[in-house]
Design a protein around this ligand. Structure first.
Ligand code: HEC
Length: 254
């Protein structure tokens, strides 16, 4: 009798436990799924670290060290899947707000700042950038990748959301940059890399002169210029250094 009772008790306990097993299995499945997903999500902290304080690195115009280089003409883009991916990269670069819609935060395109579709020397051209990464920087004690730089520009220069690592968008952009750098020596500093370092202003900072510059009349003029800029087609050769109004950039062009 007692044996039967205990068997019944065990069976009852097992029945009570059963949903718990189910729940545990369910939670495990979710955790595995989340872990798999998160490996593909951008590491925002690393992107932020890679972004900050890069200006001294970009000042690479040391005479005597820069290697001359010219990217290939676009007529030489091959007519195969590789070429299609390059063209997709160009489309994203020049019409970011439409071609990378979920990630672009403002009306700018990559080419608004990296002029001539990322080809112009002195406007952080992508052929020069390609051969600079991955690169170790003592400042953040980490290897900074091209993916992180692309994600950093989506996040800070475009006030948007970084696309995931290895996403179709990142791959197409990198395919374009790789092709632009065809034949360039890896690790070299190419002439025209980065943005030029501007000379210090002739006069020291002054709040009084600043107030005069920000007069109501000047503010109206700036608003009008911004409105005109808004009417320009995506990918026009417009440097947001001049038209900062459309550029909610954090720390990059300050
Ligand atoms: C508002 C202007 C602006 C826009 C728009 C912009 N960038 Fe940038 N980009 C910069 C600046 C400024 C830097 C240099 C930042 C720094 O390191 O101080 C930079 C740096 C880079 C670098 C590293 C360059 C090098 O020589 O090391 C890459 C790669 C890059 N951007 C890609 C992109 C891509 C891709 C887009 C479009 C998704 C984009 N950028 C949009 C301003 C911009």
């Amino acid at each position: 009798m007692s044996g039967q009772r205990s068997t019944t008790a065990t069976a009852a306990a097992a029945r009570r436990m059963f949903p718990l097993y189910l729940l545990a299995a369910f939670l495990l499945a979710i955790a595995t799924h989340v872990a798999a997903q998160s490996t593909r999500q951008p590491d925002l902290e690393a992107i932020d670290r890679a972004w900050s304080d890069l200006n001294p690195d970009l000042d690479v115009r040391t005479p005597g060290t820069a290697v001359p280089f010219a990217p290939p003409p676009e007529a030489e883009i091959p007519n195969d899947v590789f070429g299609q991916t390059i063209r997709r990269g160009i489309a994203i670069f020049t019409d970011t707000r439409n071609e990378a819609k979920p990630y672009a935060g403002d009306g700018l395109a990559c080419a608004s700042c990296h002029l001539d579709r990322g080809r112009r020397p002195g406007a952080a051209p992508m052929w020069a950038a390609w051969v600079r990464y991955p690169r170790f920087r003592a400042k953040n004690d980490a290897v900074n990748t091209m993916t992180m730089r692309i994600q950093g520009c989506f996040r800070f220069s475009m006030n948007g959301t970084p696309p995931p690592d290895d996403s179709e968008i990142v791959t197409a952009l990198q395919t374009y940059f790789f092709w632009l750098a065809r034949g360039a020596p890896t690790g070299a500093t190419l002439a025209g890399a980065g943005f030029p370092r501007l000379a210090d202003p002739a006069e020291p900072p002054s709040i009084a002169r600043g107030e005069a510059v920000c007069s109501p009349a000047n503010a109206r003029r700036a608003t009008a210029a911004t409105a005109r800029a808004a009417a320009w087609p995506a990918g026009s050769a417009i440097s947001s250094r001049r038209y900062g109004g459309r550029t909610p950039t954090t720390g990059a062009l300050a």
